[in-house]
Design a binder for this molecule. Structure first.
Ligand code: ZN
Length: 341
């Protein structure tokens, strides 16, 4: 029988059949405390693709950390084909500070591919590319909304690439977004290297959201089955996701207190009042109206806004009712998902 190939991460060779946690050294703290990025490498006995799954590139985005912890408890990983590189905390410094950024205020996801002689963010990006991304055939990078913002579970990817579209569709979120490549992002860097990478966005920074966590775990397992790392299910449940035509933030027309009238996943109609903004004494009320028919795919949770602040991220779709239906089914499926925690 053909065997998988050994893989070398951070100077450690992991042979077929081995499961090893490698601690990749990152910049020490100035207290001279040393820090490392933990990577769990599962090298299957049988040959297959190499997949990386990463979280907390933004150090305050925690759902992905929990998704990877639950993934690593799955018994099925004992008999995978190929190799899994699981990196639950990429931005270790940001994670310690409960911050999106590195201590120099740089955004790691604008620092790829980085360099060995650059800023702390650039060095971390370089290490992650060299030790993880460059060794993988596929990648899944886990994110949440920013501080005080929630995202409806969604996949963002470069859908113009056939192999990427393929895994984006099997992940299982109701909505997929063909988003612009941002300079310096991990996705832009992987795209240039010709590697299919998905971004899973779900929930809010500094919070655990159970549905987002369950759906993220299911999604990774779906992709692993599709690319042959895990055996296919006998009766797979399929609900083809819908690709957004466009997405756009609705901004506060005035400053004040915000009372939202819709929730994440709700459908809205053009002209519908989706929030009211009032001043503290309550004698001024201004309606926020939906500029087009769509679904709320992102939302600010802060009841305060300055004029121009982003309040709702709306996705436009060919058929809004179909997406609304998918979102409802998705919530129901993951509400009573028997996945062990
Ligand atoms: Zn993020």
């Amino acid at each position: 029988m053909e065997s998988n190939t050994a893989i070398k991460v951070g100077g450690t060779t992991i042979s077929p059949g081995q499961r090893v946690t490698v601690d990749l050294p990152v910049a020490d703290l100035y207290t001279s405390t040393s820090l490392h990025m933990p990577v769990q490498v599962i090298c299957g006995r049988k040959p297959g693709p190499v997949l990386f799954v990463s979280a907390a590139i933004h150090g305050d985005e925690l759902n992905g950390v929990e998704i990877i912890r639950r993934l690593l408890k799955r018994k099925a990983l004992k008999s995978i084909r190929g190799t899994l590189l699981a990196v639950p905390i990429v931005n270790v410094h940001g994670f310690l500070n409960q911050s999106r950024y590195l201590p120099d205020r740089r955004d790691l996801n604008r620092s790829f591919p980085g360099s060995a002689k650059g800023s702390i963010a650039s060095r971390l990006a370089n290490l992650f590319i060299k030790e993880i991304v460059s060794k993988a055939d596929f990648g899944i990078d886990l994110h949440t909304g920013a501080l005080h913002r929630s995202n409806l579970p969604q996949i963002r990817a470069n859908l113009d690439d056939g192999a990427t579209l393929d895994i984006a569709q099997v992940f299982g979120t109701p909505v997929i977004i063909n988003s612009d490549i941002r300079d310096g992002s991990l996705r832009a860097c992987a795209f240039e290297r010709g590697q299919p990478v998905l971004i899973y966005e779900a929930g809010e920074a500094l919070r655990f959201d159970e549905i987002s966590i369950r759906a993220g775990l299911r999604g990774i397992l779906n992709v692993m089955r599709h690319i042959g790392m895990l055996p296919a299910l006998k009766n797979p449940k399929k609900a083809t996701p819908v690709v957004a035509k466009s997405t756009s933030w609705v901004r506060a027309p005035d400053s004040g207190m915000v009372s939202p009238k819709v929730k994440l996943g709700n459908s809205v109609q053009k002209g519908q009042k989706i929030a009211v903004i009032t001043n503290p004494v309550g004698d001024v009320e201004e309606a926020v109206v939906a500029p087009f028919d769509g679904i709320v795919i992102g939302q600010s949770n802060l009841p305060l806004a300055h004029e121009g602040d982003a309040l709702f991220n709306l996705g436009a779709f060919k058929s809004v009712p179909r997406v609304e239906n998918l979102v409802e089914n998705f919530a129901a499926i993951h509400d009573d998902d028997p996945t062990p925690t």
